[in-house]
Design a protein around this ligand. Structure first.
Ligand SMILES: [Zn+2]
Length: 196
């Protein structure tokens, strides 16, 4: 199916927060597609990116929290890309996510294995860890030089953010670029026909 086809958007591999923001997109025909529509879809999406343990359980309220964070991240990304001030609420939401779980790996000692580092959290905190990780990634991206590359796709109906890997890049993906070039060529042919 065309809509579920994986497209390569620069920055999404390196930045889980960018992948999260782009997990809900316009489909170009007035529709929208949400990759995180159900708790199961969210679980598969996070597993695919190695952001949760295979045994982790996720519920509808977990999905609700991630979707709300996604909306706040979208606002912050838009503010960064257009050099506008974001709402105080969006920054507060990111900061709450940042501090919702320890973002660093704890030290453990096991007689059999010696010192090891790892996350130490009950299963109920799975979503807090994911949110903290997303918020950490977004905070680094927004405050760092790489944030200067953040851009919104210029194709009609596409609302993906991407990292502008070269100065003249206007599209999130070759698919959007091809689509817009085809649309422009069609418009040129139509106006040429109208003149004859
Ligand atoms: Zn696009």
């Amino acid at each position: 199916m065309e809509e579920s086809e994986r497209i390569e958007v620069p920055g999404v591999q390196e930045h889980p927060s960018l992948a999260l923001v782009d997990s809900e997109v316009r489909t170009g025909r007035g529709g929208a597609r949400d990759e995180l529509e159900t708790p199961e879809a969210l679980r598969a999406w996070l597993l695919e990116r190695d952001l949760i343990d295979p045994g982790a359980e996720l519920f509808e309220h977990c999905r609700g929290r991630i979707v709300r964070l996604r909306a706040d991240l979208r606002e912050l990304f838009a503010a960064r890309a257009t050099a506008h001030a974001p709402s105080v609420g969006a920054i507060e939401a990111l900061n709450r996510a940042l501090t919702s779980a320890p973002g660093t790996l704890l030290l453990h000692y096991e007689p059999a294995t010696g010192f090891v580092r790892g996350a130490d959290h009950p299963a109920t905190q799975v979503i807090e860890h994911v949110m903290a990780l997303m918020a950490e990634d977004a905070a680094a991206l927004l405050s760092g030089e790489e944030g200067d590359l953040l851009a919104l796709c210029g194709a009609d109906g596409c609302e993906r953010f991407y990292l502008r890997t070269h100065a003249r890049r206007q599209w999130c993906s070759t698919r959007c670029g091809d689509r817009m070039r085809a649309a422009r060529a069609y418009a040129r042919r139509r106006s040429a026909l109208a003149r004859t």
